[in-house]
Design a protein. Structure first.
Length: 314
């Protein structure tokens, strides 16, 4: 699974038509990037400015998956923007030196997206528990079978439905979650620090778009905390007690949604039960025809129904 596949799916969902393009780049620092953005009349911090009409969406990802992916209206429109504005900005800013012209052109626009549409998705405190449970179950199945395109498809739809983000922001958030899970997945040689940083970017996106009160770094720490507790339980030789997992899940829900721990604990208990069914399914060989998938799905639906009830309390 790569960025182009994620982009193609998100583009189809968001726009129906449009061309996706992925650039790889090296050697461009923040100073060079800001200098040429200024030449282009773009503000990367506010995401405002004189963005090209042909550009529907654009976002970047940090190393080890460095690159830019964008949705553009047509190839000819993108080429016109490149020749009329980007190349002129590069010429004017001679200090912006990169390994290749193609790398420069991609990075100079790497955060120059501007989305003017409005989401029609319900707010995150009014989601459909059955829909969320189905999508999360599909997400888990794809994760353990290392089917990354299926994982992204479920992540895109899940994030869109629960958090009510625009399609461009949904694509960005899905990319952050994908990178976090890929960095976490190897056992024992995973990278929890990099996974936490990817999830911090995801929570920062939620905070920005939904005006949340939480600290993205703390939310990411709590996210990775429950991942770690789960992994310890997965590899424990003794009969596992999932109380530590319930505690970790409840801590995340309470913090991220701003509700008391006691209110979300029933949701955390059902989520932990779903995880137990999932672990049994993994140990049995990840058979897609297994009845354990239906059991974990049902437990996830109950979990999200409990979470919805908790976050809607006055």
């Amino acid at each position: 699974m790569d960025a182009s596949e994620l982009l193609r799916f998100a583009s189809e969902q968001a726009y129906g038509v449009g061309e996706g393009l992925v650039f790889d780049f090296d050697g461009v620092d923040r100073e060079q990037y800001d200098a040429v953005n200024a030449r282009l009349g773009l503000d990367p911090e506010s995401e405002e400015g004189d963005s090209p009409a042909c550009l529907r969406f654009q976002a970047s990802a940090a190393k080890p998956a460095a690159g830019v992916f964008e949705v553009r209206e047509t190839p000819s429109a993108q080429e016109q923007f490149k020749h009329e504005r980007v190349e002129q900005a590069i010429q004017q800013n001679r200090d912006c030196r990169v390994g290749t012209r193609r790398a420069a052109e991609s990075d100079l626009r790497r955060r120059a997206w501007h989305w003017r549409g409005r989401s029609r998705v319900k707010p995150r405190r009014s989601f459909d528990p059955q829909r969320v449970g189905q999508l999360e179950c599909a997400l888990w199945v794809a994760y353990y079978r290392r089917e990354w395109m299926a994982f992204v498809r479920s992540a895109v739809l899940l994030i869109r439905h629960v958090f009510g983000l625009s399609w461009p922001s949904t694509a960005r958030g899905s990319w952050f979650v994908l990178r976090a899970t890929q960095l976490w997945a190897p056992c024992p040689d995973n990278d929890p620090v990099a996974a936490r940083l990817a999830m911090e970017r995801f929570y920062r996106l939620l905070k920005q778009h939904n005006h949340e009160q939480f600290d993205p770094a703390e939310a990411a720490r709590l996210e990775i905390e429950w991942w770690g507790v789960h992994r310890q339980l997965q590899h424990s030789k003794a009969d596992s007690d999932d109380r530590t997992l319930v505690d970790a899940l409840a801590a995340l829900y309470s913090y991220a949604f701003g509700v008391p721990d006691a209110a979300v604990r029933p949701s955390a208990e059902h989520h932990a039960l779903a995880i137990r069914y999932c672990d049994q399914w993994v140990q049995a060989g990840c058979d897609v025809e297994s009845s354990l998938i239906a059991q974990q799905r049902a437990a996830l639906v109950r979990s999200h129904a409990g979470l919805l009830a908790a976050v809607q309390q006055p």
